[in-house]
Write a protein that binds this ligand. Sequence first.
Ligand SMILES: [Zn+2]
Length: 318
Amino acid sequence: MRVYSGIDLGGTNVKVGFIDDNFRLLCKSSIQTKPEMGPENVFDRVAAEHNRLASENGFPLEDICIAGMGLPGPANLSEGILINPPNLPGFENCPVRDICSKKLGRRVVIENDANAACWAEYECGKGEQSEDIAFVTLGTGVGGGLVCDGHLLHGFKESAAEVGHIIIYPDGRLCGCGQRGCAEAYASASNTAARAEEYVKSGAASSLSEYDQITSEAVFQEAQKGDRLALSVVEETAKVLALLAVNVQNTTNPERVIFAGGMIKAGDFLLDKIKFYFDKYCWPSRKGETDLAFSTLGTESGMIGAAAVARRHYLAGN
Ligand SMILES: [Zn+2]
């Protein structure tokens, strides 16, 4: 049996798992990243965990064809270098691919983590039946991936699909990227919570004022109970995500836009609102052409996707 390993390198944890040719997750594990120990130490522990997992589950190392690694930040994919990851201090300009190939004793392919998760949707998630999908993940930031004509879109400097930084309101809220008015500055889970908190602090009446810490979960919970302020914050998040999807629809013409990340736990309450604004702002003639959906792959999609990206390279012989 051919086995492909997937490694999802995050600022807090590193997830390791193996898939087969049917994208079945055969086994998985995770270790703490501890980035302060430095790249050599982190990747030594990742390799040890990878090999331990293989041996514990009876996969001979020679059956593992190739490894894929999802990286949390801008990377030079063709050179295999992580450039300046915000959550991994000390990993700037780190030649991840070469270090890991050596430590794992096999070929390693690297990919941006949101692109990897997008590829998992394409191969075995909500995008399985389509050659053209867009992927939007809603967490601390808003990450993205685009599959066009069956290929992940990378672009000139391999930094395509940063859909969270589509500017929705010029000169609007300050975004983590340094620009103003990006979708992320309004509609990430963190900024949905932050906007609610700003309103509450400025004295707006809301049941959210009872919370010690306002999270996006709290905002959705109170909105569903009918709190007017929470509801207006949710409406704004949905509207911004819909505008993002309309812009993507007009750019790469996806058959489906798939949302993922912690905030999709809000379910149809959020999805129906995004669909409402999408229909309002898309070309009238394109209404109903692009489907909007929430991912069902969960938090393992980055790891599965990294393995699936590596599998694609392995099978294509490149
Ligand atoms: Zn931005």
